[in-house]
Design a protein around this ligand. Structure first.
Ligand SMILES: *[C@@H]1O[C@H](CO)[C@@H](O)[C@H](O)[C@H]1NC(C)=O
Length: 120
């Protein structure tokens, strides 16, 4: 048994439109049909973890978790949806996140697909 925390990219990252990130299916749904969400909210900013990941890792550490599971946004690292175009900025973000977690003694587990893929 390992005690930790888990997130998904769309739920926490925000920054849907930075760098090479492209519109994913959740972006499309929430922007095209905001009435489908009771309070018209979306993940455009979410927890702003794309910018605030160091603070978020500190929170995970302060709680005392030794384990963190996150997901990789397909639309952030593979803007075309295929491996012919890998976003360096996207890969750098996840490398930095993993490094920050390991520096703080937190074991990582990666979900490579949490239902957010490029819309095109
Ligand atoms: C990106 O999205 C945010 C939130 O929806 C918005 O405030 C900002 O203007 C957008 N930036 C660009 C460059 O389109």
């Amino acid at each position: 048994f390992v005690f930790g925390a888990a997130t998904s990219s769309y739920q926490i990252e925000g920054s849907w439109n930075v760098s090479a990130a492209v519109v994913n299916d959740f972006d499309w749904w929430t922007h095209s049909c905001p009435e489908w969400i009771a309070d018209d909210s979306n993940g455009d900013i979410a927890c702003d973890s794309y910018r605030m990941y160091k603070e978020d890792v500190n929170l995970v550490k302060e709680i005392g978790f030794k384990f963190y599971r996150f997901s990789i946004s397909w639309s952030r690292i593979l803007p075309t949806g295929l491996t012919n175009d890998v976003s360096k900025d996207g890969v750098t973000y996840y490398n930095n996140l993993i490094r920050q977690l390991h520096i703080n003694g937190i074991e990582t587990m990666v979900n490579t697909y949490h239902f957010d893929h490029p819309m095109k």
